[in-house]
Structure formats: C-alpha cells, structure tokens
Unconditional design. Sequence first.
Length: 129
Amino acid sequence: MGTTYELVATPRAARLMIPVEGDEGKTISTCTPEYSHKGVEVESRGCPFSIFFSQLEQELGTNVTDRTGMMGMYAYHLAYSMRLDVPPDVEQFPYLTNAVREQLGLELKRGRGAVTFLVVDGAQPPTPN
C-alpha cells in the first residue's frame, strides 16, 4: 500500500480544458512540457487526455485513477512546480496538485491504495563480448 491519487473533474474543468477536434498527429507536439527556473509549463492546443494523464502519473511518481470521464484532445495552459521547499523570495509556479486544481479545474484527491513497485532481486556485472 502507498500514496495514490484520484483525478476528478470539477464544474470549472469544462471552462478551463477546451475540447479540440482535429488530427491527433498535428496536436500531439503541443503536449511537450517546457522547463525553466520557475518549473514546468505546458501550452496545449490539443493534447490527447491520455498523454496529459500519463504525465501526471509520471510527475507524481505513483498510480492515479482517472475519474474524470474525459477523453479526446484538449487545449489548456498548465504551469507548475514539483518543489515544495521553495523559499518565499524565489519566484516559482504553484505545486502540481494546486496548479491542476486552479488552472484546469481538476482535483487530485490523495489516498492510499495499491502501488506498482519494481523490485530488483539481484544484479550481475556485464560479461565481455
């Protein structure tokens, strides 16, 4: 058992994550995060929700259950940080869970549940070719 999250949509999500019709191949490039000293920023013009969801799981480092019912591609802007220990005089984007709620209208509810772990039983040095 470990920390997990449940992603749910609030009524604000419909206004903040705009559905986009079109060719997934043309819009998938807008899913790429840009990194700066403030944190991470994504300016999507049609990112598939599945990619957005996968990025959330990767950033949080744990399982996330999707309870939004959202599918397809969405336009949105998300700016976040993964650091909690930021001094007050340092300009930083809000922490991921806060940014998702404030900027996208989605709620990440923290809970406990089954978490996938990778266990390495042993390792051997490589053999020469």
